[in-house]
Design a protein around this ligand. Structure first.
Ligand code: ADP
Length: 602
């Protein structure tokens, strides 16, 4: 019970650990997927940033060399030097503009006034406008290449301006005017917008000039300080735009890092500022990585807990199967027990009946034995009584006649008859085993010799061959010599009776030896042997096969009682060669100290 409880506790701890392991694995798995996803996003982002930068550069630099080519054209030189050929110049500029797919090309004189432009035919023609305030004009006038991103003063459209000085044909140092090519980037911007990615370009003053998100245009990534703001206002680069700072958080020094714009998290990648001071920002959305993280966490959790559930289910099922099997087995054992119990009850009942039958049988046997005994006693007693009566009558007659001598003889006969009666009652007393004789040490060799002596005459007259195999040493047992002799006399008597029926040479074997610390005495004959019926009732009192008056059937019963009383065993068996063998086994008595003295005395 206690072990089962401890096991259950352990199981709970184990399941808890499993659950923690699943949670941990899911958490780390999610983090791993997020990192992996981020690294893949970053790799792509770096490539995208470079791509955007190169498309921007291409878009801007495409017409970068056009001003230099135009500045050297004779039509333009004539227009500035000789103030003639306006129509040719206009045609030239618009044809170049159309062919190069630029926004507008125009020529300024030394004061910054537009004297010819490719859009001369349009309502918002630049001709007559003065752009002397634009830095690109000043730069070109100073003999340098000018470049500027700005919102068009006339068109209000943003673009990139490239300018070159126009020199007098003979004097290469005299600047007559300036040629300007404007490239508009709106096409590029709409392409970026369509691309659906977050990308923007900042000028060197950190003003967003191009963006896939139109809300961010002309916002700054950090607040503008007064000086650059004044400079910008003077050159009217961003016209009326207020250049408010964008809600932008994140280090701008970093080439890449996390940023938040309008409270949306991105991972920003910024290109190195190009020669125009433009920086391309590519903003990677982290939602995908976060989604991948949560998705994989949920997936791992689901798979983990599902596995745990399946494991628990299978475990529970196996346990149930085992319990079912055990219950089936218990039921089977119970059934067997019940059957056994029923069988035992039946057996007990049968046994009881058997015992009753046995009791009845014993009673019947006893009654039969009692009948036999009564008959035997009546027969044995009647004879002497009848004889006594006859002797008494003849004694009386003899006394009446005065023949006192014969009367005395008759009285002697009466006395003999009473002796016989005493013998019978003595035998019956023996059967009752109420002998008070004292036990002493008996040498069985002496008992044998005494008993055999009584039959000497009979042996002789019946021509019985005697074979003695007697131990050379005394064989001491504890008991009564007369009673042992009585047993031996009974056995020898029976042997002689059994042999008398047969006509063969009568042979009696008497042996005495010590086996396993026991005295073993055997009386063997070659008589009629023991039939199975005789063997069954052999030791029963009053069982006899001898004619009435010859045997009382008490001899073996008394002998059996005597030997049992001495703690020994009396057994009978048939011999293979014919005849019966009776054995008496008695425990040895300790060797007496006066053994030798007794021996010498005898
Ligand atoms: P009894 O000698 O008065 O008949 P026992 O008790 O001594 O009474 O013997 C019982 C019977 O056992 C005998 O009547 C006899 O049939 C049988 N019996 C005893 N000893 C022998 C023997 N040595 N051989 C054959 N039968 C024997």
């Amino acid at each position: 019970m206690r072990t089962a409880r401890r096991q259950a506790d352990w199981n709970h701890v184990l399941y808890g650990l499993f659950a923690i392991a699943i949670l941990g694995l899911s958490w780390f798995g999610g983090l791993f997927v997020e990192r992996w996803s981020l690294s893949s996003i970053k790799t792509t982002a770096v490539e995208r940033t470079l791509l955007y930068k190169s498309t921007l550069n291409n878009a801007i630099s495409r017409l970068r060399y056009l001003p230099m080519v135009i500045s050297r054209h004779p039509v333009i030189s004539d227009l500035l030097e000789k103030h003639q050929g306006l129509a040719e110049a206009r045609t030239y500029l618009s044809s170049i503009n159309t062919a190069s797919n630029g926004a507008v090309i125009y020529v300024l004189d030394k004061t910054g006034r537009t004297i010819a432009s490719s859009n001369w035919q349009q309502a918002k023609s630049f001709e007559g406008n003065n752009y002397g305030f634009r830095p690109y004009f000043k730069q070109a006038l100073a003999g340098r290449e000018g470049r500027l991103f700005a919102i068009g003063v006339t068109t209000k459209r943003a673009g990139y301006f490239f300018s070159r000085p126009i020199y007098a044909r003979q004097q290469t140092k005299t600047v007559l005017g300036v040629v300007v090519v404007k490239v508009e980037l709106e096409q590029l911007q709409s392409e970026w917008q369509e691309g659906g990615e977050n990308v923007f370009v900042t000028s060197k003053d950190d003003v967003i000039i191009l963006s896939s998100n139109l809300d961010w245009i002309y916002k700054t990534t950090k607040p503008l300080s007064i000086k650059p703001r004044e400079k910008i206002a003077a050159s009217r680069i961003f016209e009326e735009q207020s250049l408010d700072p964008l809600d932008f958080k994140g280090s701008q020094q970093q080439f890449q890092g996390p940023v938040s714009i309008n409270r949306v998290q991105y991972h920003a990648f910024a290109s190195q500022p190009d020669q125009n001071g433009l920086t391309v920002y590519y903003l990677a959305e982290l939602g995908a990585a976060k989604n991948a993280k949560w998705l994989s966490m949920i997936l791992l959790l689901t798979v983990g807990f599902l596995s745990l559930m399946i494991f628990l289910y299978l475990r529970e099922r196996t346990r149930k199967l085992v319990l079912d099997k055990e219950a089936r087995e218990a039921r089977r054992i119970k059934r067997i027990n019940e059957q056994l119990e029923a069988e035992i009850n039946t057996r007990k009942h049968v046994e009881k009946e058997l015992r009753n039958a046995q009791k009845e049988l014993v009673l019947a046997t006893k009654m039969a034995a009692l009948g036999r005994m009564s008959a035997a006693i009546a027969h044995e007693v009647n004879q002497p009584i009848a004889a006594i009566r006859t002797f008494a009558a003849s004694g009386k007659l003899l006394l009446e006649r005065g023949n006192s001598e014969d009367a005395v003889l008759a009285l002697d006969d009466i006395s003999k008859m009473t002796e016989r009666l005493a013998l019978i009652t003595g035998d019956l007393k023996l059967l009752a085993r109420n002998s008070n004789e004292q036990h002493s040490r008996v040498d069985l060799r002496v008992a044998i010799a005494n008993s055999m002596k009584l039959f000497d005459a009979e042996f002789h007259s019946n021509d019985v061959a005697i074979r003695r195999t007697i131990s050379a040493h005394p064989v001491w047992v504890e008991g009564s010599l007369t009673r042992i002799e009585q047993v031996l006399i009974n056995l020898i008597r029976n042997a002689l009776d059994a042999m008398s029926v047969r006509t063969n040479q009568h042979q009696l074997i008497v042996s005495l030896k010590v086996e396993n610390n026991q005295a073993v005495l055997r009386i063997e004959d070659n008589g009629i042997g023991l039939s199975s019926k005789v063997a069954e009732y052999l030791f029963d009192p009053f069982f006899t096969t001898k004619p009435l008056g010859e045997g009382t059937g008490l001899g073996l019963a008394i002998s059996y009682g005597i030997v049992e009383e001495m703690g020994g065993k009396l057994r009978a068996r048939n011999l293979p060669r014919g005849g019966a063998s009776f054995s008496v086994r008695l425990g040895l008595a300790p060797e007496p100290v006066e053994h030798k003295i007794l021996e010498t005395a005898r």
